[in-house]
Design a protein around this ligand. Sequence first.
Ligand code: SAM
Ligand code: ZN
Length: 476
Amino acid sequence: MSFRFGLSEGAATAPVPRPPVRYTDGHLMAIANWKNQTIWTGDNLDIMRGMNSESVDLIYLDPPFNSNRTYSAPIGSEAAGAAFKDTWTLDDVDLAWIGLIAEKEPCLPHVIDTAGIAHGKGMKSYLVMMAVRLLEMRRLLKPTGSVYLHCDPTASHYLKLVMDCVFGSENFRNEIVWKRTPFAGSSKARAQQLPKSHDAILCYSKSQKRAWNPPMLPYTDEYRKRFRHVDARGSYRKTLLKTYSQETLERLRTEDRLIEPARPGAHYSYKQYLHESSGQRQVDDVWVDINMINPVAKERLGYPTQKPLALLNRIIEASTDKGDVVLDPFCGCATACVAAHALGRLWTGIDISEKAAELMVHRLQQDRLGQQADLTTQAAKVIHRKEPPQRTDVGKLPPYKTHKHTLYGMQEGRCKGCGHHFPFQNFTVDHIVARSKGGTDHLENLQLLCNHCNSVKGTMDQAAFKAKLSGMGLGT
Ligand SMILES: C[S@@+](CC[C@H](N)C(=O)[O-])C[C@H]1O[C@@H](n2cnc3c(N)ncnc32)[C@H](O)[C@@H]1O
Ligand SMILES: [Zn+2]
């Protein structure tokens, strides 16, 4: 892969200053503003907002599925105490978010509204939550990067519409069907439907120049059995020759591999020998060879919805090279980080749950890390942070208050909260996304508020602020 990350490898070391690197199209490559092997506890939206653009090669996300359940870990397991909610309700804040989403990607509110009509308000609310975060992920991905969104049939069809809007339908790569278990079982509740045994993993690239190492598997016995004919040269199968040039036909005839049509007008075939094949077949988009973690597996921690390392190994190896950067913004017990570490990738993970952080820091620091990933590697030195990083890729910015005149002109003297006209001196420059939540001093993140609106907003995010104002009968 041609683009490298400007980060020092290894943990607790300071990032090594490197000369700025240019992409082939001339623009500067971002230098990551966080250290390799950082685990964050917090809302991934706040943390991602503070990360530099185009600094990540692969994002794997396994968010809650909108399953209308609360997941919790069994008592007595290493993960006991971990729980997260997967139920979504529409409130004023969600409604205000829709306006923000529309500014960045106008098709999104239509798609989200449609899902709300088809499925209900809970789905709408869930998709709003996902859309704001996916827009941030798009910003973080390098031009050669890929994103894998792990979901299930509850919301996969709606999420695909959202992904088409955010990443572009032309960048859709695969919907991977992961069959979680060979034994899906049955129950009374499922009496009127088939047992559910698969998850969907939606894969998109950031652009058409994606980094890609096609995953391969050895031939199965079943596949080998298809080479059932034998001659002096070995076993072969008869492969139809649908399109061919006269030259090819002549070559195959000379090599004594051409099989004449069985009757006039039928196709030619040729002998395809087993020993001439690569011995490997390309993995397709239906994955049946990786099972869910079984109750006695070495890697099992008991964290609700923990994913198998083999699944993450395949995804990471297909879409990154050694030294590339992997981000998991809903990292749970850090399966993606463990796999990335064992495979020699740089990595970072975010989870909102305190328990998850405790568990993953412990997991990553264990000596059995290598065994878990089925690879030899050492335990990781983990940096645990809570506060979002401050972006360093937006240039050296002037003190933010110097933008007051520009903003006054841009807003035509009206407050961005209540919409009323005020004299210049009655305004305060406000950060739309608070600096404590990863917001920058960039003009795009600033607005003028009248003194009253400014005191209402405090460090609230813009969506909550707008919702509060409309509750007070104010607002634009
Ligand atoms: C399905 S689990 C991920 C499991 C993970 N793939 C693993 O193998 O352990 C989803 C995780 O998302 C976290 N989460 C939910 N909302 C979040 C948010 N806004 N920011 C960060 N993490 C969040 C939950 O705490 C939960 O651990
Ligand atoms: Zn105001």
